[in-house]
Design a protein around this ligand. Structure first.
Ligand SMILES: Nc1ncnc2c1ncn2[C@@H]1O[C@H](COP(=O)(O)OP(=O)(O)O)[C@@H](O)[C@H]1O
Ligand SMILES: [Mg+2]
Length: 263
């Protein structure tokens, strides 16, 4: 069993059944168990349709569990909360607000005076290398820049947990790599607890302390890999590191086996 004494997120025997018009009752998740410790960076890896987003939305409180339980800091999840900041693939920015206004939105909502909200938003924009773009509107930005704004906007709420659903999935390889590095830089600073969904094996290994591999639908946890690689992670060094390569190859093999079992 895992050590759950400092568990930030505890998912126990969780299942999810969707009622659908076409398929009737559809079991999306079956007996999922996982634990994320405070400050840990954990990735969930699995094929399309295995229930990764469903699992993340349930931790976020946007979707209800059908069975089992999810607790955050020991308390059952009953809905969304400011302690859990979502960062999704579709950037969800307000198109009519500037970059700065988008990032200020959360702090203003939380009652911070305008001057302080502005200062906070500017600091976060500097952190994601967008200081020069504060007056731009989302439509004037590239995908990578929009995703940076979305990250800054979520960080502005000071969540202790980041819930990230394939946040870099829509980006080109170069931008994706840069954003991975930036995310790790930010994470190194304040060690938020991160639950990161991806279907990229390399992304999961590069970023994470632990990788949960899910089986195809109905999703359950197939295997857990503790990624024992030094931090800060430097891609150019890791690519040559035998241990990094071994993790990537072992996980790729496991996922290939799963694909074959489906045929
Ligand atoms: N709101 C919904 N209603 C019905 N079925 C859904 C709903 N959301 C997801 N599903 C189904 O649940 C399964 C898991 O979906 P999802 O969590 O999006 O998987 P993933 O993120 O791993 O691709 C899929 O078969 C999907 O069609
Ligand atoms: Mg998904």
């Amino acid at each position: 069993m895992q050590d759950t004494s400092n568990a930030m997120i505890e998912i126990s025997a969780v299942s999810k059944t969707y009622e659908t018009s076409q398929r009737g009752r559809h079991l999306a998740l079956d007996d999922v168990n996982l634990t994320i410790a405070e400050g840990q960076f954990v990735s969930i890896l699995g094929p399309s349709g295995c229930g990764k987003s469903t699992l993340l939305y349930m931790v976020g409180g946007f979707v209800q569990v059908s069975g089992g339980s999810i607790t955050v800091k020991g308390k059952p999840v009953s809905g969304p909360g400011p302690d859990r900041g979502p960062v999704f693939q579709e950037f969800a920015l307000f198109p009519w607000k500037t970059v700065l206004e988008n990032v200020m939105y959360g702090p203003l909502e939380q009652g911070l005076p305008k001057a302080e909200a502005t200062e906070k938003a500017r600091k976060l924009l500097a952190l994601v290398h967008l200081a020069k773009y504060e007056k731009f509107y989302p439509k004037e930005l590239s995908g990578g820049m929009k995703q940076r704004v979305a990250l800054a906007r979520t960080l502005a709420y000071d969540p202790s947990i980041l819930l990230m659903d394939e946040p870099f999935g829509a980006l080109d390889a170069y931008t994706r790599t840069r954003l991975q590095n930036e995310l790790l830089d930010i994470w190194e600073r304040d060690r938020k607890t991160v639950m990161f969904i991806t279907h990229s094996v390399e992304e999961a290994v590069f970023l994470s302390d632990r990788v949960y591999v899910m089986s195809p639908s109905p999703g359950h946890i197939r295997k857990v890999f503790d990624i024992d690689l030094p931090r800060p992670r430097i891609r150019s060094e890791l690519l040559l590191d035998r241990r990094y390569q071994d993790y990537v190859v072992s996980i790729e093999k496991l996922m290939d086996e799963q694909d074959k079992e489906l045929v």
